[in-house]
Write a protein that binds this ligand. Structure first.
Ligand SMILES: [Mn+2]
Length: 199
C-alpha cells in the first residue's frame, strides 16, 4: 500500500433522535493526485433513504477518477425509479492546486482558508431522482493549506457559527462538535466531515 497523506479527514455522524438508521452516507479516499469526498442523504427516513444514499456513494466508489460533473450525472441515472437523494461532492486536485465542489440539495460545504476566512457554497436546489436538470459546479484555487467542512442538513446555521470549526486539527473539530452536540436535540440525521489539506 502506498501512503498518501496530504489530506486528513474526520467524521461526526449521528442518527436523529430515536432512529436506528442514519440516512446519511459518506465516502472519501485519497490517491496520488487527488482526494475525493462525497456525502449523500436519502430522501425520507429509514431503510429506503439509506438505500438511495448508498446507491450514490457506490457510484463514487466505482468511479473515483470521474469529474464531479460526471459523477453527479451518473448518480442521477442510478436513482431512476428509486427514492431520491441529495449529494455533495468535493474533489481536490493536487497537481492543478484546485478544488471542485457541487451539491444537489441540502448538502453544504464551507471552505476555510489559512486565515480562517469561511466561504459557504450555495447548493443547487432539488434532489437526484433520475430527471435531468442543470447544476453548477464550483472550481476554485487551493492555497497551501485549506480546510473544508462538508455537512448534511441536520447541521444548522447555529452549528456552523461555532468557533471550534476553525480549529486546524480535524480530530479536535469532530470531538468538540460531538461534545457540543450532546446538549442539542437533533431532529434530522447529522453528518459533519472536517477535511484538512496540507499541500
Ligand atoms: Mn437530512
Amino acid at each position: 500500500m502506498r501512503e498518501h497523506n496530504k489530506v486528513e479527514t474526520a467524521v461526526f455522524q449521528k442518527a436523529k433522535k430515536n432512529r436506528y438508521y442514519c440516512g446519511d452516507s459518506y465516502f472519501y479516499t485519497e490517491t496520488e493526485n487527488e482526494y475525493i469526498c462525497a456525502l449523500a442523504d436519502g430522501l425520507g427516513s429509514g431503510e429506503l433513504a439509506k438505500e438511495s444514499s448508498e446507491v450514490v456513494i457506490g457510484v463514487i466508489k466505482d468511479n473515483i477518477d470521474a469529474t464531479v460533473e460526471q459523477l453527479i450525472k451518473e448518480c442521477n441515472q442510478k436513482l431512476s425509479g428509486k427514492r431520491g437523494a441529495v449529494i455533495g461532492i468535493l474533489r481536490i486536485d493536487f497537481r492543478a492546486h484546485q478544488y471542485t465542489f457541487s451539491s444537489i440539495g441540502n448538502i453544504g460545504v464551507l471552505a476555510i482558508n489559512e486565515n480562517g476566512r469561511k466561504k459557504r457554497n450555495i447548493p443547487n436546489t432539488g434532489y437526484l431522482a433520475g430527471y435531468h436538470r442543470p447544476f453548477k459546479v464550483v472550481t476554485d484555487g487551493l492555497e497551501h493549506a485549506a480546510r473544508f467542512i462538508l455537512f448534511s442538513d441536520g447541521v444548522t446555521d447555529k452549528d456552523l457559527s461555532q468557533w471550534f470549526l476553525l480549529n486546524k486539527d480535524v480530530y479536535q473539530v469532530v470531538q468538540m462538535f460531538a461534545d457540543y452536540t450532546d446538549s442539542v436535540t437533533r431532529t434530522d440525521d447529522t453528518t459533519l466531515i472536517a477535511i484538512n489539506y496540507q499541500g
